[in-house]
Design a protein around this ligand. Structure first.
Ligand SMILES: [Zn+2]
Length: 261
C-alpha cells in the first residue's frame, strides 16, 4: 500500500492544477454524478493528510484514498483517451491526472473535511503536525508498538515499511507494549519516522540504508534499499531477520539489535 510519502509527493506534483477551473469527469462512470457537480469548478488547493488526498473546490472537496492498488497517472496534452477504468480525471488545458482503482473516492462537504482530520493522528509530513499527540497516544496505548504504529489515529501516513524501518532504527521491538516506551523514546521514534518519510517524499521511494557519499541514492536497487523490511538478513549486522504477524501485517525484526524487552 502506498504510504504517506506517496500522497505528499502527489499533492506537491498536483499543485500545478491549483487555480485552474478543472474539467472533472469519470470515464468509468462510478463517480459520474459527483464529477458532474465538480466539473468546471476552480481547484483552490490540494493537500495530503496521512494516506488521504484532499482536493478543495470551494465548499466541496474531493477525498481520495489509494488503498492497496490505487494509482494516479499524469499525462500532458494531447492526453490519451482515458482508460475505461479511470474513476476520475482532473484536467486543465495543460495536464490531465487520472485516478484508477482507489479505495475511496467521494465528495466531502465543509463539515466532512474536519471530520476526516479528526479521525487521524498527527502526520509527520505536515507543517501543522503535533508530535506530542503521538507521544501521548503511545503513552496510553496498551497494544503492541507495531500495532499502534499502523493505526492511522496514532500516526497518519505510516505503513508497514516505515513501521519496520523506524522501529529497527530506534532498536525497538514491535511486540513491546506501546506504553512501555518512555516519552523520550517516543519522541526519537517520531523524529526517525518523520526523517524517513520526508526523505521518501524527496526520493519518491523508501530508502533507509546509508548511501555512500558521492553515489546517487536512487541507484540503490529496491531489494537493497531497506535495513530489515523484506530482507533475509539485517543489512547492518547480518543477523537473520525474524518475521512475525503484528497488527495483521508482517513485521521484520533484527533479533540482535531489537531486543524484545
Ligand atoms: Zn541487525
Amino acid at each position: 500500500m502506498p504510504e504517506g510519502h506517496v500522497l505528499h509527493r502527489l499533492a506537491g506534483e498536483q499543485q500545478e492544477l491549483v487555480g485552474s477551473s478543472l474539467r472533472v469527469s469519470s470515464p468509468q462512470g462510478r463517480f459520474a454524478e459527483a464529477a458532474a457537480r465538480l466539473d468546471g469548478c476552480r481547484l483552490d488547493g490540494v493537500e495530503a493528510v496521512g494516506k488521504h488526498l484532499i482536493h478543495r473546490f470551494g465548499a466541496e472537496s474531493l477525498h481520495t484514498h489509494l488503498g492497496l492498488r490505487g494509482v494516479w497517472y499524469r499525462s500532458a496534452p494531447p492526453s490519451p483517451e482515458p482508460r475505461p477504468s479511470v474513476r476520475v480525471r482532473l484536467a486543465d488545458s495543460a495536464v490531465a491526472w487520472d485516478l484508477i482503482a482507489p479505495i475511496t473516492c467521494e465528495v466531502l462537504d465543509e463539515a466532512g473535511v474536519p471530520a476526516l482530520w479528526g479521525r487521524l493522528g498527527p502526520d509527520p509530513l505536515r507543517a501543522d503536525t503535533d508530535p506530542e499527540r503521538f507521544v501521548a497516544a503511545l503513552g496510553r496505548d496498551r497494544r503492541a508498538l507495531g500495532v499502534a504504529l499502523l493505526d492511522q489515529a496514532v500516526v497518519a501516513g505510516a505503513g508497514n515499511v516505515f513501521r519496520s524501518e523506524a522501529l529497527f532504527a530506534c532498536r525497538l521491538h514491535p511486540g513491546r507494549a506501546a506504553s512501555s516506551i518512555s516519552p523520550e523514546e517516543a519522541r526519537a521514534l517520531w523524529d526517525t519516522l518523520a526523517g524517513m518519510m520526508r526523505r521518501g517524499v524527496e526520493d519518491g521511494r523508501i530508502i533507509t540504508v546509508d548511501v555512500p557519499a558521492g553515489s546517487d541514492r536512487l541507484d540503490v536497487p529496491e531489494e537493497a534499499a531497506r535495513q530489515v523490511y523484506k530482507r533475509e538478513r539485517c543489512a547492518e549486522c547480518g543477523a537473520e531477520v525474524v518475521t512475525s504477524e503484528v497488527g495483521g501485517r508482517t513485521a521484520y525484526v533484527c533479533p540482535a539489535q531489537q531486543p524484545a524487552v
